[in-house]
Design a protein around this ligand. Structure first.
Ligand code: F0G
Length: 415
């Protein structure tokens, strides 16, 4: 049984009030003594735990490290991640017909996705552990972020990508930031299996979202959404709609809410309803939620234009599904065409996102049509990656170019 309770005594293995706990068997581990990704007893997922959980008054400064009191290490390898905008989106709001819609644009992070939040923390922990190689499997964004942060930390980076299924901008980033890029004959889930084995053999430090410290950084998305929403509207959102791949963000946002409850800064009822969106061709989380299950079943054949979330085995599902259920959220699958429509709609509001990110808006619209989101709700859609990550998808979704001669009359004739 997954146990995500934060109550309990600080175990003797804690270091500076931080330890790792297995969410399945409850076993505890010293945080920085050995390199571990799963419980050595039962293989359950691990979660960082703290002797004290801070409320909002403890937060100061900007970006991810504003929330240092809620993080396991002090600021280290940083390129000013976090502090991303919470935009109004008039076209989306009109189409959705709900009380308020905001777009939290994580594409405005240094490497263009939310992954930077996880890497600033995860790479800092890697330094503390003294590892000599960092690695990840990736649909693209994780590899771009890890390459950048590994570069800044002067630590070699190995990335495993599904051959032919990663958007051009992301590969370009990983290459320029100096990662060793291996293109695997398989999908993302196969890449993750391989890199997890390399990590288990001690060949590299794994920085996928299986790594509990990375999710600590991503937790700050929730803190920012809550603080920015209150500043902008005086209220916290009723619902946060987000794309789901490995379900790391879903798990991380739920952890932030649980910590705020533990700190007395939020009540259970105030937790925004976590609402996950997947592409119809890669929707194991949606399948699990529709069946009311606490586990996903692996999809071996996955396909979607939203390559970032072309994932059939969401490793964080055991942490994320309770978050969906406990917050009164849900999960929904959307077609690729609806994702592209949402990408265009966001673009019309001046917000440029990659396809996976637009899934959040597509999901909001689909759930409104089904009557599963009511008109009085205040909703935040999370857009996880920048438009320029996937130039081919953007160009295909946008209008065509017009060839013209090099004179003004020729241009006017063509219009
Ligand atoms: N959106 C984007 C743009 C992503 O890159 C990802 C994951 C997700 C959503 C899904 O987030 O895993 O927390 O549910 N990308 C990973 C990668 C898998 O390798 O870049 P999640």
């Amino acid at each position: 049984m997954t146990d995500l309770s934060l109550a309990g005594e600080t175990p003797a293995c804690a270091t500076d009030g931080v330890w790792l706990a297995c969410v399945e068997c409850g076993g505890t581990l010293a945080p920085f003594a050995d390199v571990v990704y799963r419980c050595p007893e039962c293989s359950g997922l691990l979660e960082a735990r703290y002797a004290d959980y801070p409320g909002f008054e403890a937060f100061s400064g900007r970006g991810v490290w504003r929330y240092a009191d809620a993080l396991p290490v002090d600021a280290g390898v940083s390129v000013q991640e976090g502090d991303t905008p919470l935009y109004e989106a008039p076209d989306v709001a009109a189409a959705a017909g709900v009380a308020d819609v905001r777009v939290k644009h994580e594409g405005m992070n240094p490497t263009g996705s939310f992954k930077d939040r996880g890497m600033t923390v995860g790479v800092r922990v890697a330094e503390r552990l003294g590892v000599d190689r960092l690695a990840c499997a990736s649909t693209g964004n994780t590899s771009a972020a890890l390459a950048a942060y590994g570069g800044r930390a002067d630590t070699p980076v190995l990335v495993l990508l599904p051959a032919g299924k990663v958007a051009a901008g992301k590969i370009a980033q990983a290459a320029l930031h100096g990662a060793r890029i291996c293109e695997v004959d398989g999908n993302f889930d196969d890449c993750l299996d391989v890199v997890a084995e390399l990590a288990a053999r001690g060949e590299a430090y794994l920085l996928n979202s299986l790594n509990p410290f990375r999710l600590e950084g991503q937790k700050t998305i929730a803190f920012e959404i809550l603080e920015q929403s209150r500043t902008a509207t005086g209220e916290w959102p009723d619902r946060i709609v987000l794309p789901v791949g490995n379900a790391g963000n879903t798990a991380a946002l739920y952890k932030a809410f649980r910590e705020l409850v533990a700190a007395g800064a939020m009540t259970d009822d105030e937790m925004p309803a976590l609402t996950g969106v997947q592409a119809a061709g890669a929707a194991p989380m949606v399948e699990a939620v529709e069946a009311g299950r606490g586990r996903t079943e692996r999809w071996t054949d996955v396909e979607t234009r939203a390559t970032a979330i072309r994932i059939g085995n969401p490793v964080n599902a055991p942490k994320a599904l309770p978050g969906v259920y406990e917050t009164g959220g849900t999960a929904v699958a959307v077609s690729d065409d609806r994702i592209t429509d949402a990408q265009r709609m966001l673009a019309g509001d001046g917000i440029g996102v990659e396809p996976a990110s637009a899934a959040s808006v597509a999901g909001l619209l689909a759930l409104r049509e089904r009557g599963e989101i009511s008109a009085d709700e205040r909703v935040v859609c999370l857009t996880t990656g920048h438009l320029l990550k996937d130039p081919a998808a953007a160009a295909a979704a946008g209008g065509d170019t017009t060839p013209v001669p090099a004179d003004a009359d020729g241009v006017l004739d063509a219009l």
